[in-house]
Design a protein around this ligand. Structure first.
Ligand code: GUN
Length: 284
């Protein structure tokens, strides 16, 4: 069965839109999201367009700040700092990747933690790892919402994650573990991937390698969440061999239309959470 991220995200976005409409009547301002983009990577442009369009649909005010790829770290930090003080902006994201001469981690930590719509700030990551309420990274949060929408309870499952990034692999391990799954995190140095994947009840793949997971590597009935987005011969494909796995998995996400729209939905929901936080400060 398909885990239809497009449909699930649309349903959640609609609920969010209704809540925003009510809040705008009460508080006379919409939530605001700023997206900072450095350079003109085609993949990033396409993700950013998707995010802006989604903001438009749910009524989130949005601002795109496009900066030249030669910008220096101080100037970029100044842009972030001015958004930190902008009262029309509740959340911001720095679209990754950024050029190599810029210190990604330092710049993310320049974002005020209560405007960190991506949940990448060191403090929000700390909250996540200590299970305290905070802003969760969008892709892992979106995956959890998708599983929940299909009534999938991960407690007791063997969950295998491929990829250990700060954006996906590491935080999804935390969230799945919190829900009672037993976790294995595989990565580039893993000796024998198939030994691990063949035990998985739930497999989350965020490797950035098309067709990394094939039919012979999984057991029947596995649930597959494919985070990959790769362009192969002008076609978007994930990290798993969808065609051969579709008949074997009990649930599988398509690419496109699986995790991508859920990531965007989670970003919008994070922006709304930050907006609520800011309203409470100004309204009380
Ligand atoms: N690049 C790829 N995914 C993401 C994401 O979730 N947030 C940001 N800021 N950049 C990304």
């Amino acid at each position: 069965m398909l885990l239809d991220g497009r449909k699930t995200a649309e349903e959640r976005n609609l609920l969010l839109k209704e809540r925003i409409e009510k809040d705008v009547q009460l508080y006379h301002r919409p939530p605001g999201l700023a997206i900072i983009m450095v350079g003109e990577q085609p993949a990033s442009m396409s993700y950013v367009k998707g995010k802006l369009k989604a903001c438009e649909r749910v009524g989130i005010h949005h601002r795109l700040i496009q900066l030249d790829e030669s910008i220096n770290e101080t100037d970029l930090a100044n842009h972030i700092e001015s958004l930190n003080h902008d009262e029309t902006i509740d959340g911001m994201i720095l679209q990754l990747p950024i050029p190599k001469h810029l210190d990604e981690s330092r710049l993310i930590d320049c974002i005020a933690k209560d405007k960190d719509a991506d949940g990448f700030h060191v403090i929000n990551q700390g909250y996540l790892y200590q299970r305290k309420p905070g802003i969760q990274p969008a892709t892992p949060k979106g995956i959890m919402s998708l599983l929940s929408a299909y009534g999938i309870t991960v407690s007791g499952m063997d969950a295998v994650i491929i990829g250990r990034s700060n954006i996906v692999g590491f935080p999804i391990a935390r969230l799945l573990m919190d829900e009672g799954a037993t976790i294995t995190v595989c990565h580039r140095k893993t000796k024998d991937l198939k030994t691990h994947t063949s035990k998985a009840d739930l497999l989350v793949v965020a490797s950035g390698k098309p067709n990394l997971v094939t039919r012979d590597m999984v057991k029947p009935g596995v649930i597959i969440v494919d985070v990959g987005v790769n362009r192969v011969n002008d076609k978007l494909v994930g990290d798993v061999d969808f065609e051969s796995l579709q008949g074997v998995a009990s649930y599988i996400t398509p690419v496109p239309g699986g995790v991508g729209p859920m990531t965007i939905n989670a970003l919008l929901e994070n922006t709304y959470l930050l907006y609520q936080k800011h309203l409470k400060k100004t309204v009380v």
